[in-house]
Design a binder for this molecule. Structure first.
Ligand code: SF4
Ligand code: FES
Length: 365
């Protein structure tokens, strides 16, 4: 068993945005008893002792934690590389300067589109203008900046403009990630799944941008796995190199695994090392022994690890089945039917995009 390399510290699921593609849990009440500052300090120290090098501070919106600066300082003092994953709402100059002084290494800001009205509609909140201002502060303070854009049927046609915006704000890296259909995003799948024609057009734009920008900005493009022949090697394998700690201290191999029917493990009850090495939630799908056919006898089993357990569960109700994205899966028709419908549907027939209900009022409103 390897050591984990990255820790996703989900500090809170509270969030001022209401994104229609949100993949966070729907049962918010289960996570309202958030870890206190001293508990996060202990978790970070235990993670470092376990081998973690990178800490992604995420949510929800991590800026809603009043103790974010203290948590960043604790991670920094432990020698962890810290990345703030944020909507940027609440990133005032003063807060940014405090985070800089605490040692924050990197900032990743999400935008929903290049154009204010579209971005605000997808975010379910007036937020675009404040995001652009905050990205200016990030650059002024000299942080490396990643712009993250979740792509889908409603914004993928604007990918050239999205790339131009990332260039304009001086991003070092832009991540164009197609939607994963968990949580609230699952409810909106028919409004979010792009057509093949949309994807092909976007890929031409992305290829050209990569070439043109290769010395200035990294362009990461993650294709939607529904259109792939083989599934993604989700998280680099179950409990292989990454772990997630949720706001209430539950430990998971990936952020979506809270929906799986596995026994919970909490940093409030056990040391992280014991959870990583032996808790059923970690060992259930580690390695390849758990695999059914066709994965068990497939040459790719060490390459994609049978795909995504959370997606298998979402689509089939059984997390131990081959990811239905794989064309060899006996359940592949579940994905093929959704893709067929996305291609048959004209944009005029798209179902209404339903914003996720708000979990806090927008900061500054
Ligand atoms: Fe991957 Fe399993 Fe499909 Fe083989 S059968 S390609 S291991 S998901
Ligand atoms: Fe959980 Fe893929 S998101 S295993």
């Amino acid at each position: 068993m390897d050591s984990p390399f990255g820790l996703l510290a989900e500090l809170t699921y509270r969030c001022p945005l209401a994104c229609a593609y949100c993949s966070n849990p729907l049962n918010m009440a289960d996570y309202s008893d958030e870890l206190a500052t001293h508990e996060w300090r202990r978790v970070l120290a235990e993670a470092r002792d376990l081998g973690v090098l990178q800490c992604h501070l995420s949510g929800g919106e991590p800026l809603l934690r009043r103790d974010l600066v203290e948590i960043v300082a604790a991670a920094h003092d432990l020698g962890l590389y810290t990345n703030l994953v944020t909507s940027a709402l609440g990133l005032s100059r003063e807060r940014a300067e405090e985070l800089r002084a605490a040692g924050l290494d990197h900032v990743q800001v999400s935008i929903q589109a290049d154009e204010p009205a579209v971005s605000d509609r997808i975010a379910g909140t007036r937020s675009f203008r404040r995001k652009i201002e905050a990205m200016g502060v990030v650059r002024e303070l000299g942080w490396p900046l990643t712009v993250n854009v979740v792509l889908h049927r409603q914004n993928i046609d604007r990918v050239a403009d999205v790339l131009a915006l990332a260039e304009d704000v001086g991003a070092d890296r832009v991540e164009l990630a197609n939607t994963q259909y968990y949580g609230w995003a699952w409810r909106n799948r028919d409004a979010l799944l792009p057509s093949r024609a949309q994807l092909e057009a976007a890929e031409v734009v992305v290829r050209a941008a990569r070439e043109r920008l290769r010395d200035r900005m990294d362009v990461i493009y993650v294709i939607p796995d529904y259109y792939s022949r083989y599934p993604k090697p989700c998280m680099g394998g179950w409990a292989a190199r990454q772990l997630t700690v949720t706001p209430n201290g539950d430990v998971l191999p990936c952020p979506a695994a809270q929906s799986l029917p596995l026994p919970r493990a909490s940093v409030r009850e056990e040391p992280l090392e014991r959870i990583w090495t032996g808790a059923p939630v970690m060992t259930a799908f580690r390695g390849t022994d758990w695999m059914p056919d066709p994965c068990r006898s497939c040459d790719r089993r060490e390459l994609d690890f049978g795909g995504c357990r959370c997606q298998a569960f979402q689509l089939t109700g059984d997390a131990a089945r081959t990811d239905p994205v794989c064309h060899l899966s006996p359940d592949h028709d579940l994905v093929a039917r959704a893709v067929e419908a996305a291609n048959a549907q004209s944009r005029d027939e798209d179902p209404r995009l339903v914003p996720r209900p708000h979990r806090v009022r927008a900061l500054g409103d």
